[in-house]
Design a protein around this ligand. Sequence first.
Ligand SMILES: [Ca+2]
Ligand SMILES: [Ca+2]
Ligand SMILES: [Ca+2]
Length: 272
Amino acid sequence: MSEGVYENSDGFKDDEPDAMKNTDIDGQLYANVRAFMSSTRNGVVASVHVQWWKRPSGVAAVCLGLLCVLLLAGIIGLSVYYGVIDHHNSTERNQLLASYSNLTEERDQLQASYSLLIKERDQLQTERDSLSGRLTYLKHTCPKGWQHFESSWYFLSDDTKTWKESREDCLERGADLVIINSDEEQEFLFNLNKRVWIGLTDSVTEGNLIWVDGTSLTTPRYWHKPQPDNGAGRLDYGEEDCVEIRKDQCPLEAWNDLSCDRKIYWVCEKVV
Ligand SMILES: [Ca+2]
Ligand SMILES: [Ca+2]
Ligand SMILES: [Ca+2]
């Protein structure tokens, strides 16, 4: 710095004091700046102001200042960083708390629904047991005038009607003329010891015997030979299209086709 000053020393007027000419820039720079400022030699003033940073104390001040700035920037950066992190964590924590609250509410609702379903299940089981008991009771308790055999109820009439009238009576009772499904059922009906109509006819198509539920006659069948003969051509018998169980035959050979207009007893069957 002193060198720069001395390079311009020729610019000083001869009548200026020696002290001013030999000014110790390092020690008294600022004290003499005003004196230089008042000089018309601006080049000297500019040189003094440009070179102050070359002093060690100035460099140290600059470094210290930069260090302070860096430290301040670091502190600010860390503060901002942790502030952002804290804000982020706080937001996540709030979201987790909200989710936890929602899950807790849903869990409580599910528990309430589960309890309600358990209660309804218990009620349905109770109703089922009650209905099952009621059904068992009804299956073993025939209405008045009916007989229970295996899985059906049977009504034996105490008067006589044509086949068609007999079927109408059964239908009014919520049943139909009996359909025979087994040897046991055939024997049960034979043991009633009456001539009775059963639910079998070929009135629609001669020779095509069908039950009242619309099914064709297959096995078993319990004809008394040579039945069915459709009247055997005798005019006094007429057309024989309806089937009876005769009481004077063998239990498993007791069927006979008969004129549907004859009036005999009948048996209704209700499957339970
Ligand atoms: Ca039957
Ligand atoms: Ca016939
Ligand atoms: Ca016959």
